[in-house]
Design a protein around this ligand. Structure first.
Ligand SMILES: [Zn+2]
Length: 466
């Protein structure tokens, strides 16, 4: 009996043990794993210290492909950067040889990035085999090198379509234009254009006072993904100074020349007057060799002579600062005006200077600076006029730097429609920005402010008449 009881107990015990196992078994297979558990492949049964060792797992996932971004730093060559990234040396040389046929690798500059896809070389551990390589040294071009199905590298170049984005910025000048406009994200290149355009009217070293304001409308060029963008052109700039408000509009002439014009269509580049004297006739032109009428020997005539009655008023041919107003050897009474870094003009043989005119005084285009005479070595009353570029006299007739100061006719009409378009954009972008600011302060959400003050223009250049 005892024997039977033991056997029975064993059977019951076994039953319970089996039941327990079955439940565990059941639970193991029916327990719903979390979504992450289901997605992840099971971990291989490898001791922890081996998991991190290269080559410990020889699965396809380990082989790659992998993405790698290489950033060029100063002193890098394409070869050095590929070798440093453990790219197979033979491949690196092949890639460079191929690239050199289409692109100068030395034009890769610091900060440029190269995007690589590679797989691990199973034969040579630590070696990486390139599958493709891509870079974009300029915003609108991308270069690809990739393996074709025969295992040879092929080169491909793609043009990237860019969109024009127009942006607006405005604010007070508290510190400097660079600092205050820069804070709003205006690129330095755009500010350069603005300062250059205003340099004829504004002295950026000292013109600003508290309360002065700036405004800008400008283009950016951006790719469709909005990943990269670069400064385009300044379209409009305004400065509200204490006693004047200045506006400049970018306008392209029929002949392709681009310039900035004020609201009246007057060029900011104040051209020099061709004739700084009224009603005079040219009595002697600029020439490199000429027999001097008094001294008899041959020498160059480095100016233009205008014959005019004694006392005829002489005008400054452009805005500038008087560099000299005094007798000057054979020139007699002589005035020299510096117009900008490049150009000066000189006026000789004057009978007298205009009242108050002396070195250091500013003069305006057309302002009377003196009167015709025959002081110095002159045979009769005339104005000897010189155009000086970087301290060398040049023939004023040879220089095309004297554009029509004001647009006229059809061009003025075109300018007016561009001006209206620009004014409208400048206003609308501002309203959009204000609406955006209000909205984000209502919802207290941080929105990308730039979004609101952009107008996307595809294909059509902004400077074409609508
Ligand atoms: Zn002369």
């Amino acid at each position: 009996m005892l024997k039977r009881a033991v056997i029975l107990r064993l059977i019951v015990g076994t039953f319970f043990i089996l039941a327990a196992f079955s439940y565990a078994f059941y639970d193991f297979f029916t327990h719903r794993p979390s979504s992450i558990e289901r997605v992840l492949p099971p971990l291989p049964n490898i001791p922890d210290d081996q998991i991190c060792k290269e080559g410990a797992i020889k699965s396809d996932e380990e082989k790659g492909p992998y993405d790698l971004t290489l950033t060029i730093t100063k002193g890098d060559t394409l070869l050095s950067i590929l070798v440093d990234a453990q790219i197979d040396k033979k491949q690196a040389h092949e890639i460079i040889a191929l690239l050199k046929k289409h692109f100068d690798p030395t034009s890769l500059k610091p900060q440029h990035e190269i995007y690589l896809t590679y797989i691990k070389d199973e034969e040579t551990p630590g070696n990486r085999l390139v599958e493709s390589l891509y870079f974009r040294p300029v915003i609108d071009k991308e270069y690809w090198i990739s393996l074709d199905k025969n295992g040879k590298f092929v080169f491909e170049k793609n043009d990237i379509k860019l969109n024009k984005i127009t942006r607006e910025a405005r604010g007070k000048i508290n510190d400097s234009l660079y600092a205050d406009a820069g804070k709003q994200g205006v690129p330095t290149k755009i500010l350069h254009q603005m300062i250059q355009a205003f340099s004829y009217d504004v002295d950026f070293q000292r013109s600003f006072q508290p309360g002065d304001e700036f405004g800008l409308l400008y283009d950016m060029r951006a790719d469709e993904d909005g990943v990269r963008e670069e400064a385009g052109e300044l379209l409009y700039a305004t400065l509200s100074l204490k006693n004047k408000k200045l506006h400049l509009y970018n306008f392209k002439l029929k002949n392709g020349a681009q310039g900035f014009y004020n609201q009246h269509g007057e060029s900011v580049k104040k051209g020099l007057l061709r004739t700084p004297i009224d009603g005079a006739r040219i009595s002697s032109r600029f020439c490199k060799n000429r027999k001097h009428p008094i001294l008899g020997y041959t020498r160059a005539h480095k100016g233009i002579d205008f014959a005019a009655p004694m006392g005829t008023p002489i005008m400054a041919s452009g805005d500038g600062v008087v560099a000299r107003a005094s007798p000057y050897a054979g020139y007699g009474n002589y005035i020299r005006i510096k117009h900008n870094k490049e150009f000066s003009t000189a006026y000789a043989h004057l009978s007298r200077f205009a009242k108050g005119l002396r070195a250091g005084k500013s003069v305006k285009q057309g302002q009377i600076i003196g009167y015709v005479g025959s002081t110095g070595s002159a045979t009769g009353p005339h104005l000897h006029y010189e155009l000086i570029r970087h301290n060398i006299q040049i023939d004023p007739a040879s220089v095309k730097m004297m554009p029509a100061a004001k647009l006229a006719g059809k061009e003025l009409q075109d300018f007016k429609s561009i001006k209206d378009l620009i004014n409208r954009q400048y206003h609308e972008l501002y309203l959009a920005k204000m609406a955006q600011t209000e909205m984000s302060s209502d919802t207290e959400e941080e929105e990308d402010e730039d979004e609101a003050r952009e107008i996307f223009i595809t294909e059509t250049p902004a400077d074409e008449s609508p």
